[in-house]
Design a protein around this ligand. Structure first.
Ligand code: AMP
Length: 418
């Protein structure tokens, strides 16, 4: 018998509990345990949480509950804005809001405001009244500029995957959006990491957000079997097809570095009879939605994606994540492999590396505090020599000097008073 006591204790209303029961959740996740009571108090929060931690539900439940309780006579004004870095994530957040709002007596309406879909339709829906807007920055600004949307009565402002929003260069857009919102509101930031530049922007938006963090932010990584296979770049496609067949991989996310690579690799896999789809920014929104839906419904077994397109997407129980191309930053390595081995299951993460990737992968290992054996697969052994000046040649993020290194260098240049 499912007990909802633990959820109830957090302060969730009976109507939200009904929806939670429908999804058969038994206990709040650690981040829900910590964040929900604080959100209810009205605090601004800085939540350090990854995809898969149950973070969407944290804000979705509370926003639905509070808007529904405060609603008068069915009047609809935009009371909550949730900003996400990608269209897919925006659609996914909307889905969560809709799913958990089904038992509310005062219904709460949600609109996804994203590019690639009809602006007219979004405008029409806005005219008939909307309570929550889930948006990517570009289209939202379009609507604000044309005065088709007002955020003057906003109570909740959520920045989901804040680090990615800023990584994608949305800082200026964010500033423009904030000029349209009232000074008094509750700000909730969710991000897997908080690099300094994100914190700077957070400071501009909220004076004193309360940090919320679970002790170990990467617990899932321990349940992931990580492999590193050395292979020449040009043989990776063949090796992948070989491993899919020989090791009977059934469903997986393949990460590549570019849209072109996603397109090409997907084509090759399909040609070899693998049920694959691509997810990248050059596809139209309906194509992106279809690829994702096909993958979730298991119509395809492998999704070949770029980091940006796959960010924040919740796909249950992936059995394998393949780094066909290594991620640029060590933090992205953790994000990527976190897609497998969820909820206590064992997952598999495989990285293909060649001579040029060696240094970069060492850096990833250092940051992730892991040390992995290099493997080779018979028939696909790495050949050739390591190029001489690999180090300086790689335009990877992790190769930039660290703050510590810069400080050390500055110290050496400047005579220090003792
Ligand atoms: P998120 O971190 O928001 O991407 O959520 C990851 C997944 O966890 C989603 O599929 C949610 O439906 C699921 N989830 C959220 N809260 C819980 C919970 N308390 N128990 C089990 N699953 C949950």
């Amino acid at each position: 018998m499912q007990s909802l006591e633990a959820f109830k204790r957090l302060g969730l209303s009976g109507q939200i509990l009904l929806a939670i029961r429908k999804y058969a959740f038994t206990t709040p996740t650690p981040i829900q345990d910590k964040a929900i009571p604080q959100i209810l108090k009205g605090d601004d929060l800085l939540v350090e949480a990854q995809t898969g931690s149950g973070k969407t539900a944290c804000f979705a439940w509370l926003i639905l509950q509070q808007i529904s309780e405060r609603k008068r006579e069915g009047k609809k004004i935009v009371s909550a804005l949730i900003l996400t870095p990608t269209r897919e994530l925006a659609l996914q957040v909307t889905e969560t809001l809709v799913n958990f709002g089904v038992f509310l007596t005062n219904r709460v309406s949600v609109l996804t405001v994203i590019g690639g879909e009809s602006i007219e339709q979004q405008t029409q829906t806005l005219k008939s009244g909307v309570d929550i807007v889930v948006a990517t920055p570009g289209r939202l600004l379009d609507l604000l500029d044309q005065k088709l949307l007002s955020l003057r009565h906003l109570n909740f402002f959520v920045l989901d995957e804040a680090d990615k929003i800023l990584d994608l260069g949305f800082a200026a857009e964010l500033d423009s959006i904030l000029q349209n919102v009232p000074g008094v509101r509750q700000n909730l930031f969710f991000s897997a990491t908080y690099p300094e530049k994100v914190l700077e922007i957070v400071k501009r938006i909220s004076k004193n957000p309360l940090p919320v963090k679970i002790d170990d932010v990467t617990p899932t990584v321990e349940t992931i079997f990580q492999r590193v296979i050395e292979v020449n770049k040009e043989k990776r496609g063949m090796l992948l097809r070989h491993l899919i067949k020989e090791e009977k991989w059934s469903d997986g996310l393949v990460f590549v570095a570019s849209k072109v690579a996603a397109h090409n690799l997907c084509g090759k896999l399909k040609k070899a009879g693998v049920r694959a789809g691509a997810l990248h920014g050059d596809l139209s929104q309906p194509e992106r939605n279809k690829a994702l839906a096909d993958f979730k419904r298991r119509k395809i077994d492998f999704l070949v994606a770029t980091d940006v397109a796959a960010r924040g997407i919740d796909i249950e129980k992936l059995s394998v994540v393949i780094n066909y191309d290594l991620p640029r930053s060590p933090a992205d390595y953790i994000h990527r492999i976190g897609r497998t081995g969820r909820a206590g299951e064992t997952g598999l993460a495989v990285s293909f590396i060649d001579h040029e990737d060696q240094e970069h992968f060492k850096l990833i290992e250092k940051r992730a505090q892991i040390k992995l054996e290099r493997e080779e697969v018979a028939g696909f052994e790495l050949t050739g020599e390591a190029p001489e000046k690999v180090r300086g040649a790689l335009p990877v993020k992790g190769k930039r000097k660290s703050k510590k290194d810069r400080a050390r260098e500055a110290k050496q240049l400047k005579p220090q008073a003792t």
